[in-house]
Ligand binder design. Structure first.
Ligand SMILES: [Fe+2]
Length: 231
């Protein structure tokens, strides 16, 4: 099935449609595994954009049935302050009380076909595995993710991924990118649709989330492609 059709189905299932642009995802992640759907020329266009912006946005990466499954899993979670051990000092967020969901989502991204797509776009070194966690940024709770480079907390991180699992639109909570702490912000990605993905740099460059305003939380799954298994 063409990727655009999957993306359209995913959007119809979401409660809201975002502003902004996203590429049709170059692959489809579903219960049976990963299917690569993009031509080499599309990967090359994304590689150039990634080089310029330090990120690329995808729509339709997650097969609609799997997205439904993940959204229901997230909705069934009890959230609380994420354990200090999980959080470097630039992060203050909620997380699920049971960490089982993090592994339950991560397994769908552990596929050499997806690793090849990620490497084609990011020039990352060979990828060995993937792992991530669910994060909730709430308005009015002094939640933040301040400027940081993902490599500082995980030198083996080859590329970073953020999957939007928010059932409703939030305000604020924009992810912003800098080439160094001293340089100006060169790119930002505002709210996107549930199921949308941002793939961004781990090895260098800095990013942050602005504070979430309004009344709805921003719920995401943040994951990392590892060049070497975490120790
Ligand atoms: Fe990060």
């Amino acid at each position: 099935m063409p990727t655009a059709s999957l993306a359209d189905r995913a959007r119809r299932r979401c409660a809201w449609v975002p502003p902004g642009d996203a590429h049709p995802a170059p692959a489809c992640v579903g219960f049976p595994g990963v299917a690569v759907t993009a031509e080499d020329s599309a990967l090359e266009r994304m590689r150039r954009e990634f080089e310029e912006k330090h990120f690329v946005a995808w729509r339709g990466l997650i097969e609609p049935g799997l997205l439904d499954f993940l959204m229901k899993k997230v909705a069934s979670q009890t959230f609380g302050p994420a354990a200090t051990a999980e959080n470097p000092d630039y992060v203050r967020v909620d997380g699920p009380v049971s960490l089982e969901i993090n592994e339950a989502i991560s397994v769908f991204f552990r596929d050499p076909k997806l690793y090849r797509v990620v490497r084609a776009i990011t020039d990352a070194p060979p990828i060995e595995t993937f792992g991530g966690r669910v994060i909730r940024l709430c308005p009015g709770k002094n939640h933040y993710i301040r400027w940081h480079c993902d490599k500082d907390t995980g030198p083996e991180r080859a590329a970073s991924l953020r999957l939007n699992l928010s059932p409703r639109p939030w305000r604020g909570g924009v992810i912003e990118f800098k080439r160094s702490l001293e340089s100006p912000i060169h790119a930002r990605q505002p709210a996107d649709a549930c199921g949308d993905v941002i793939l961004f740099r781990s090895a260098d460059g800095f990013h942050r989330n602005t504070k979430v305003a309004g009344s709805e939380p921003k719920i995401t799954f943040s994951g990392w492609f590892y060049a070497q298994a975490p120790r």
